[in-house]
Design a protein. Structure first.
Length: 113
């Protein structure tokens, strides 16, 4: 390989790297916020709710599933419910007090089918 060719090659490699970097930066900017909110909601659900509500159902009281619940009518209603639910569901004040968590969890629960 002549030195000119080697130089061209190096430039090419750098161009590919630059395009790749630009793309990944562009993608992370373009990535819809929902994606992160959704996975956050899923995480909160897995950590706190899934024990009793796997698949959006209710293993303790099958007639009270999350899917189709009236408590999902609004975020406010949902928040109030998880802060002060009907027994034997335990309250989740820590989640209820963090708006971003409520939003993420609410969106996740509404998406359950
Ligand atoms: C220890 C079990 C348990 C856990 C954990 C739990 N729940 Fe519940 N959940 C219940 C029970 C039992 C009910 C039904 C209460 C009743 O009698 O109305 C219920 C009811 C609900 C309802 C209302 C359903 C209806 O009837 O309209 C929603 C919404 C709900 N839970 C959401 C959640 C969310 C969100 C979490 C996690 C932050 C969670 N639950 C964690 C047991 C649980």
């Amino acid at each position: 390989m002549s030195s000119v060719e080697a130089c061209k090659e190096t430039k090419y490699v750098w161009a590919v790297i630059a395009v790749g970097a630009a793309l990944s930066v562009g993608l992370s900017v373009l990535m819809p916020k929902d994606v992160t909110a959704a996975s956050k909601g899923e995480q909160i659900f897995k950590n706190n709710c899934e024990g009793c509500h796997a698949g959006g159902k209710n293993s303790m009281k099958p007639r009270h599933p999350i899917i189709g619940s009236k408590k999902l009518a609004s975020k406010e209603k949902f928040k109030n419910y998880i802060a002060k639910p009907e027994r034997p569901m335990p309250p989740f004040k820590e989640i209820a007090n963090k708006d971003a968590d409520v939003t993420a969890l609410y969106e996740y629960c509404k998406g359950l089918k």
